[in-house]
Structure formats: C-alpha cells, structure tokens
Design a protein around this ligand. Structure first.
Ligand code: SF4
Ligand code: SF4
Length: 389
C-alpha cells in the first residue's frame, strides 16, 4: 500500500503544525464567483439558510487571493473550480484568476444556460465542465424551468469545439421516475455522467426505492457489458476502482471521504469565508478559514464516532459518502433528515455495492483493456466530483 503523504503548514490560527490539507499534495480551490443565479431550481442547496443571493460580488481583492495562495497553497498542485450561484454571471473574475494563475487547472460547475457567453480563451482553459441536470428533458425542466434542458444542449453544441477538456453531466437524482434510458442518453451530449442522490421529491417511499434500485441494476449491468469499452459513469467507475484498487483510494484520498471535504477542498465564498462543504455555508461552526484574514485550519467536517460507517458493509468502498448528510443526520441531530434522506441513500449505496459484486469486478478488471483500466484507476474527473453517489 502506498504511503500517505501528510503535509504540514504553518497557519496564523489553529494548531501551528496541524496537517491542514492532509492526504496528498493536491488541493481543490473552489471559488464562488457569486451567489446570484439566473435559475430558480426548486431544491437549490444554496437556498438553505438564505445563502443564495446573499453575496452578489467577490468582496476580496485579487491581491488577497494571491496572498492566501502564497501562504497556504504554495507547494500544492492547485486546481480551481468556479462555483456559485451561477459562476458564469461573474465571468470577469474567472478571466482574471485564469490570467493571474495560468499554471493552475480549471473547472467550471455551471447550469449551462450561459456558458456560450464565455470567451474562447476561457473555454480553452477549462479541463472539465460540470453541468447540472436532473435527468432528461422532462425532469430537468420540471426542476429548473421550461426549456432549460434544450438550452443547455444547444449551448453545449456551440462551445464543445472550444472546450479544453471534458464535459460531465452532474445529475441530481431525486425523482423516482428517472429511467435508465434517460440517464444513458445523457452520454449523447456529455463525456461522463456523475450523479448524486438527493432528497427525493415526496421522500424515499418503498415504491420509489424499488424504482431506483431497478435503474441501478440496469446501469451496473450495462457497465459490465464490455471490457474493451468504458461505460463512463463516474460513481460506477469509482466504486469499482475502490473495490479493485483500494490502494489508490488510500493514496489519493488518505482513505477519507471521496468528496474531499475532510481533506483537500477549500470553498471560498464571495465574502472570503472558507467552508469545507459548498452546501454547508449556512453552518457557522464549520468555517475553516477566511481569505481576507489569510487564515486556514484543517476541515472541521471529520468522521465522528456517532456516524454509523464503521459498522456498515459498504464502508470499504464508500468511506463516509457525503459528510454533509452524516453531519446533519448524526451530529446536528436532524432526525427527519436522517430517516428520510440519509438512511435511504445509504441503503441505495449498499445495494449498488452488492449489485457490482454480483458482476465480479475483480475478474472484469483483470480482463479489461489497458485503456479501460487506466480510466478506472485515474480518470481526471475523479478529482472534481465526489465519486460516491
Ligand atoms: S453507506 Fe452510509 S453508513 Fe455506510 S459507509 Fe456509506 S455513508 Fe457510511
Ligand atoms: S458530497 Fe461532500 S461536498 Fe457534496 S454535499 Fe456532501 S459533503 Fe458536501
């Protein structure tokens, strides 16, 4: 098993030699360019605690950003994700950061409706674009507004030739009516699919759970159909990777949560406050830094004994999945959320693991082509998403 590299940084506040960014030498700097958005998605997590629209502009200067990077991230391989709100609404800031730090890698997390407003040089420097959808046209428009899905597909067609890297559909999977065909067809427009289970509309009732399991079964069967051609669905790729190559899980994530919130993601709000999870800026106790104050401490969003993971059959490949969910359900004491969201999602994760095991992933991996194995082991998109659903 590869050695886990632990780096130490001096920080103005917090323990002087605490491993502020543990795990390895990479860090994702997720910059909220604005909290404004041009859509009104019904479930928007940024709307929790009135975060959405609360900060329209970046309040720190580019010099503040440079100083923070120089103090805390100097020796790291930094990759930036532009996030929001809708980050393209502040494209000037994106451009300025790219010009100031051309050595970084860049990703955009967007709703896709304004991406065609970005100039060619910006598009060319994006190594991945994560576009939020909810499934196919019908479900996406149901949550995001009429015509949004077609607008996104049209925009993708316009910018695809100018993009520096891949496109990934980031699907929030909440509806029990999402079908296999709908998910599969996203690959007509995207290079990869990543999905995350969300709070389900109407809750996770037994019928809805069975429907989701049926779709998962189809997805897993499709994934294992070929050893020569990859089915580019990130959660399936990531779980298979974690099962057949646990050494990589330890090396790349220090054995922690795949979403990086316990290790190497830094979310900077427009006002400069820093949080480990982009969905939890409403919880002041989780603030881990301030860009204008130039301080950073280790993520407070860490595994805790109250969380049920160590006794879970999925732990070997799951590793705490979503720390926000575990925090809300087991630390914050939101029992409704635990029963209606966290526990059903954990059941789906365990089901997915069992379904993958039924296809003997180790045997499949042994037979897979070199190209497929390389993608399973180190697909660059793993660095930008949570991997676990
Ligand atoms: S499925 Fe749930 S309980 Fe099990 S390891 Fe994952 S997050 Fe923890
Ligand atoms: S998966 Fe990670 S980053 Fe995403 S909401 Fe959960 S804790 Fe936050």
């Amino acid at each position: 098993m590869a050695e886990v590299i632990t780096l130490h940084r001096a920080v103005p506040r917090g323990e002087p030699f605490a491993p502020v960014i543990p795990g390895h030498n990479k860090v994702e700097l997720q910059l909220f360019t604005t909290l404004n958005c041009n859509l009104k998605c019904t479930y928007c997590s940024a709307a929790v605690g009135d975060v959405l629209h609360s900060q329209g502009h970046v309040e720190y200067s580019l010099e503040d950003l440079d100083r923070f990077i120089e103090t805390h991230l100097k020796d790291y391989d930094v990759y930036v994700t532009f996030y929001g709100g809708e980050p393209v609404m502040n494209r000037e800031f994106m451009q300025e950061v790219m010009q100031r730090h051309p050595q970084f890698r860049f990703q955009l997390q967007t709703n896709g409706t304004l991406i065609d407003n970005l100039p060619e040089p910006v598009l060319g420097k994006l190594s991945n674009v994560l576009i939020s959808v909810d499934g196919g046209e019908h479900i996406t428009d149901h949550f995001r507004g009429r015509g949004v899905y077609r607008q996104v597909v049209k925009n993708l067609g316009k910018v695809r030739g100018s993009l520096g890297g891949s496109t990934t559909a980031r699907m929030t999977w909440s509806s029990p009516d999402t079908t296999f065909e709908e998910i599969d067809s996203l690959l007509e427009n995207f290079d990869y699919i990543y999905w995350q289970f969300m709070q389900a509309e109407g809750g996770y009732d037994p019928e809805g759970m069975e429907k989701k399991k049926a779709v998962l079964r189809q997805l897993v069967a499709r994934f294992f159909q070929s050893t020569d051609e990859l089915y580019p669905v990130i959660p399936l790729m990531g779980i298979v990777r974690n099962k057949v190559r646990p050494d990589i899980l330890e090396r790349e994530h220090g054995g922690y949560s795949q979403c990086r919130v316990s290790t190497h993601i830094i979310n900077v709000l427009p006002d400069g406050r820093i949080f480990p999870c982009p969905d939890m800026a409403w919880a002041p106790e989780l603030q881990q830094g301030d860009l204008r104050g130039n301080w950073l401490t280790k993520s407070p969003l860490q595994p805790r004994p109250e969380m049920p993971c160590h006794d879970c059959s999925a732990f070997g490949f799951c590793r705490y999945n979503c720390m926000k969910n575990l925090y809300r359900g087991y630390i914050h004491g939101d029992n409704d959320y635990r029963v209606n969201v966290v526990e059903p999602i954990c059941e789906l994760v365990r089901f997915l693991g069992e379904e993958i095991d039924r296809h003997n992933p180790a045997e499949w991996y042994a037979k897979a082509s070199e190209t497929v194995r390389a993608e399973i082991e180190s697909c660059p998109v793993y660095e930008y998403v949570e991997i676990m659903p």
